[in-house]
Design a protein around this ligand. Structure first.
Ligand SMILES: Cc1cc2nc3c(=O)[nH]c(=O)nc-3n(C[C@H](O)[C@H](O)[C@H](O)COP(=O)(O)OP(=O)(O)OC[C@H]3O[C@@H](n4cnc5c(N)ncnc54)[C@H](O)[C@@H]3O)c2cc1C
Length: 416
């Protein structure tokens, strides 16, 4: 009986609570996406984000052991599907903050967690965190040995302080609500230029207010229109020697640990967007005749397209839940499944969204309908959280190349 896809009563309650919150609060915040500049759009989402914090959604992503309420990634998946299906921008602000906290949650000491986590555990305010990996000029080869540049942002120890110098870009919410910085930033830095990347890169935490954090621009992104994606400079930013998360030199391994669960969640984002598009298209097909005699769902071509889309959504959700469960129980196949959920979900979503637009026809090309926005959001999924070409397939390739790799690991795991 171990394989059981039914939700527990607690998970069902979480699902319904998230669905209701999304419908009542997040749907109204979509109007922020119509504002002219990226910063105005992000600022306009603040009340919805505050409501999300007040309703306890951030606490629900922080593990019980760290003072939050999360017991499993699968619960996060159930919650995130509901929120992201309605408003990808604001939900990504929440999940970007969780990603920013992950190095602290996974690699932080008791002292660091006690010092840095409390603002994120309160159900008040609009706390933000960011994981700063991406840099102008590319980040797919962060682990490259010389002569590749790898991670260019450098931190030098001077007495009891690390001095950080570099630039980052595309980091969710990194410069905060006022350009002065998120509450905490986990910054991937080169801490030993002479060491190989697997021993010379660390994650340092920068606390707000950080003098030397200089906002350059907010990227005008294709989708996630009300989510802040800044490019910024870290000029002589000084942090305490005690602000290394995990071990000095262990930054790449800590980053990989943080991005495993995150990959499975990108698959969940894909399910959410497909599901939202499917609900809209099904309703359109049931009600619209487009000048003919029958609602268009009566046409076989439309029925088949809807059938294929629904099948793709169900398959993607199963893989995502399987991946989340594998991460939760630390299965040997967890990393493989999480990457597969990310690649499969993200690429399926782009295909399903365009197919559903064809079902609706020309009206889908009008922003008055939601499909264009959903496709714009979906286009990010194969690109972010480790691009499918530059990062994720390479990771999968590396797993498959291991001499000890057994392809049956992911299907034959027994309960212990
Ligand atoms: C909405 C959104 C939110 C984001 N949030 C964050 C965040 O919070 N924090 C953060 O750090 N980043 C964030 N990013 C950035 C993003 O996650 C990464 O930059 C991205 O995953 C890496 O991009 P890339 O693989 O295209 O890398 P790039 O280095 O820009 O590579 C570009 C392309 O070159 C090719 N390439 C490069 N190297 C190789 C190789 N070795 N093998 C094969 N092909 C290669 C690939 O085709 C690759 O796609 C966000 C992006 C978006 C859109």
């Amino acid at each position: 009986m171990a394989i059981d896809f039914r939700l527990t009563a607690r998970q069902r309650e979480l699902q319904l609570q998230s669905r209701q919150f999304a419908r009542e609060v997040l749907s109204r915040a979509l109007k922020a996406e119509a504002l002219p500049t990226a910063e105005e759009r992000f600022a306009a989402t603040r009340p919805a984000y505050e409501a999300m914090i007040a309703a306890g959604f951030l606490r629900k992503c922080i593990p019980l052991s760290a003072g939050g309420e999360n017991v499993a990634l699968i619960d996060t998946a159930i919650m995130v599907e509901e929120l992201y299906a309605v408003n990808a921008s604001v939900t990504l602000t929440l999940i970007g903050t969780v990603l920013g906290l992950l190095p602290l949650l996974i690699g932080g000491t008791e002292e660091q967690r006690g010092r840095l986590l409390p603002p994120f555990l309160k159900q008040a305010g609009a706390p933000l965190a960011g994981f700063c990996a991406t840099e102008p000029g590319g980040s797919a080869n962060a682990a490259s040995p010389p002569p590749g540049e790898g991670v260019r942002t450098a931190a030098t120890l001077r007495g009891e302080r690390w001095i950080i110098e570099g630039r980052k870009s595309w980091v969710s919410s990194a410069t905060g609500w006022d350009r002065k910085g998120a509450d905490i930033l986990s910054v991937l830095c080169r801490t030993n230029p002479g060491a190989p990347p697997e021993r010379g890169i660390s994650v340092l935490v920068v606390e707000r207010p950080a003098s030397g954090l200089i906002f350059e621009r907010a990227i005008d992104s294709v989708g996630h229109r009300a989510h802040l994606l800044p490019q910024f400079n870290l000029r002589q930013v000084s942090v305490s020697r005690d602000n290394v998360l995990g071990s000095v030199g262990g930054g790449l391994a800590l980053t990989a640990a943080c991005f495993t669960g995150a990959a499975a969640l990108v698959g969940v984002f894909a399910v959410a967007l497909m599901r939202a598009a499917f609900e809209f298209t099904l309703d359109f097909a049931r009600t619209e005749r487009r000048g003919g005699i029958h609602p268009i769902i009566e046409h076989q071509a439309v029925g088949y397209a809807l059938s294929d889309a629904k099948t793709a959504i169900e398959a993607a959700r199963c893989l995502c839940w399987r991946a989340c469960q594998a991460v939760d129980v630390q299965s040997p196949g967890a990393q493989e499944l999480a990457i597969e959920a990310k690649i499969h979900g993200s690429e399926t979503a782009v295909g399903v969204l365009t197919e559903l637009m064809r079902v609706v026809g020309i009206e889908s090309y009008d922003h008055a309908l939601p499909l264009g926005r959903l496709l714009q959001d979906a286009l990010a999924l194969p690109l972010f959280g480790g691009g499918n070409i530059g990062v994720r397939r390479r990771q999968l390739h590396a797993i498959l190349k291991r001499p000890e790799y057994d392809p049956l690991t992911t299907s034959g795991e027994a309960e212990v």
